[in-house]
Design a protein around this ligand. Structure first.
Ligand code: 5AD
Ligand code: SF4
Length: 449
């Protein structure tokens, strides 16, 4: 799976029973994608793990005495300009907890038993705290790891990167390892770029970030950035993606009700509808808290079109958990969505979880979820028929005399009209809503105000 040689040395000392031997092997497995290869000498190692056991008498004292020696190795490595991370895992870790770090401050992290699958996250967090990068060897998979879905870029619309990285550590995802910690671009640089884009004729910007609503490069966060962008002459439409429910604050919700330029379309992944699965995913929200959040967003902006990501067949997902996802979908009513079968990414915590779901079951659940989601999307599109929507004309259509644009809800709109309308926002009467698009006609009889 991975090709290049590991660049970091991992030393694991295993105490006690067969269970611990097994756990140590799994730790080595999950740490490999982070670039760690085994060594049998702790001297000079980058990561030392003591996988402890306290069945035998004085086991705890033995661990502390071993830690004393390793502490000296850590000091020698630091003198040579290197860094050693020390982790204590297993039963002693559970019994003593944070007490270990109090008694031996050279210890960087304490990991309870059966928590070997948390090692990648804990190590990554410890490294970030020390300002160190990771040599991640996760195999990239564009579908999941790329920045939010890249829509065709025209001269009229543009993407603007405002944030990168992720601190959320969803247990299925490699992004926190491959893209590193959350980082925000300074607002001034973004505003300057947006002004330049506006001068070139861009009317709509989509702010991009792995966790875009965690943006903190301006006082007041993403809401403040959006308000500043909205003041730029020529920037008439603003979108942002992808958001995490956890970072959807009141200021941003309020902006949706108040900033005319902020479009009524929000991609807000929930991933699953079962609280048991959400917890195992480390999502930090429940189905209920997500639903209440959507309610608050719609209170601010009643016509908000909601979009989402879902994963089916996450480890431990039973039929009733999947049913909870369908129930959540039924309650929210999505305008669009992306759904995925859970895919095991070596090194991520979920890949080591028990209860991996059969491929055929995943397929079947995905088909049921997609059937419901496309039904909702089609209903949402059909409901636009008869309305007059402002459409940003993006490009000439496929046929001569045809135009292609977007509704405020990000729906592609096809209509007839002259080429010179490209770059204009014009009122369009929607005639028909289809599965993935709308057809409409120019509203000719607009009286000047
Ligand atoms: N398996 C399935 N789906 C995944 N995603 C990320 N990692 C995985 C995985 N291991 C999905 C999530 C995320 C979207 C970009 O990709 O739904 O929101
Ligand atoms: Fe991955 Fe979760 Fe971060 Fe999204 S929020 S990038 S799914 S870890």
């Amino acid at each position: 799976m991975t090709s290049s040689a590991p660049v970091k040395r991992l030393y694991i000392k295993t105490y006690g029973c067969q269970m611990n031997v097994y756990d140590s092997e799994r730790m080595a497995d999950v740490l490999r994608p982070l670039g760690y290869g085994m060594t049998d000498d702790p001297e000079g190692a980058d990561l030392v793990v003591l996988n402890t056991c306290h069945i035998r008498e004085k086991a705890t004292e033995k661990v502390y005495s071993e830690l004393g020696q390793i502490k000296r190795m850590k000091a020698r490595k630091a003198e040579a300009g290197g860094q050693m991370t020390i982790a204590v895992a297993g039963c002693v870790a559970q019994a003593e907890g944070a007490e270990i770090i109090k008694r031996q401050p050279a210890v960087d992290l304490v990991v309870g038993p059966q928590a070997y699958h948390q090692m990648p996250e804990l190590i990554a967090r410890a490294h970030r705290a020390k300002g160190e990068g990771l040599a991640a060897e996760f195999s990239p998979e564009e579908k999941f790891d790329a920045l939010p879905e890249a829509r065709h870029v025209t001269g009229v619309t543009a993407f603007l990167t405002v944030q990168e990285g992720c601190d959320k550590f969803c247990t299925f995802c490699v992004v926190p390892y491959t893209r590193g910690a959350e980082w925000s671009r300074p607002a001034e640089a973004i505003l300057a770029e947006a002004r330049g884009l506006a001068e070139k004729g861009v009317r709509e910007v989509t702010l991009l970030g792995q966790n875009v609503n965690a943006y903190d490069g301006a006082e007041g966060g993403l809401a403040a950035l959006v308000r500043a962008l909205a003041k730029i002459d020529g920037i008439d439409r603003i979108r942002y993606t992808t958001s995490h429910p956890r970072d959807m604050d009141e200021a941003l919700i309020a902006a949706h009700g108040e900033v005319e330029e902020l479009m009524p379309y929000l991609h807000l992944p929930v991933q699953a509808g079962s609280d048991k699965i959400l917890k195992a995913m480390n999502r930090d929200h429940t189905a209920e808290s997500y639903l209440r959040l959507v309610e608050r967003i719609r209170a601010a902006r009643p016509d908000m079109a909601m979009s989402c990501d879902f994963i089916v067949g996450f480890p431990g997902e039973r039929e009733k958990d999947f049913q909870a996802t369908l129930d959540l979908v039924a309650e929210v009513n999505y305008a669009s969505a992306f759904s995925f079968k859970y895919s095991r990414r070596p090194g991520t915590p979920a890949s080591a979880m028990p209860g991996q779901v059969d491929e055929a079951v995943k397929e079947e659940r995905l088909a049921r979820l997609n059937a419901l989601l496309s039904q909702q999307q089609q209903a949402f599109n059909e409901a636009q028929a008869g309305k007059v929507l402002p459409v940003l004309i993006e490009k000439p259509g496929r046929r001569e005399g045809q135009l292609g644009g977007r509704s405020p809800y990000l729906q592609p709109v096809h209509l007839d009209g002259p080429d010179h309308l490209v770059g204009e926002i014009v009122p369009v009467r929607i005639v028909t809503g289809h599965k993935g698009s709308l057809t409409g006609e120019l509203v000719q009889a607009l009286e000047p105000a």
